[in-house]
Design a protein around this ligand. Sequence first.
Ligand SMILES: [Zn+2]
Length: 229
Amino acid sequence: MAVIQINFRGKVQKVKIVCNFVRMEFSSKLLENAVYEMSQLPGIGKRTALRLVLHLLKQPEARTAQLALSLQQLRNQVNFCSSCHNISDTVICEICANPKRDTGVVCVVEDIRDVMAIENTSQFNGLYHVLGGKISPMEGIGPQDLTIHSLVEKVKQGSIRELIFAMSSTMEGDTTNFYIYKQIQHLDVNTSAIARGISVGDELEYADEVTLGRSIINRIPFENSLKAH
Ligand SMILES: [Zn+2]
């Protein structure tokens, strides 16, 4: 990071320049490649990538092989539940296949992290529908990129009594909820939104279990959540 001074309309101002570009000279092409690949991960800069790669290099060879194998297997064999679209090793995931779950209540979430967070609260006994993201024009993600169509089809079948919107309360989350709501508004299904004890913009996975559990129990009709904005 560098600080430079600029003269703007007669006033001298200090401006911080954040530069993420780190120039590294590698003595090995193999090392450079590994660091490059590692630095493609979110939140991993080149310096961290180098530290991680050097750490792996110090580990027994079997550890690195195991890491590479588990990632490769995940990539090659990953399955998505044909009903809720959650990551699963079986065609129908354990939650959807559990006869004790209430199939009439479906919680709409962004991804598996939300399912895990809500499951941890032990306050929800219905099923989930995993959208696989949220509508974000900025990132070029439209409704067709998510599993919205399959959700609407499920609702049309008529066995769902209630849809609970549990997307993060960001602009993209709100847009996604509202888009789905418009698609199913005319159908015979109740819609609700989880009551938020957490501040706007907080992601579900970061909410503590008690707060999140309470917000599911105290969910409000979706129309009311719209008025709150
Ligand atoms: Zn499932």
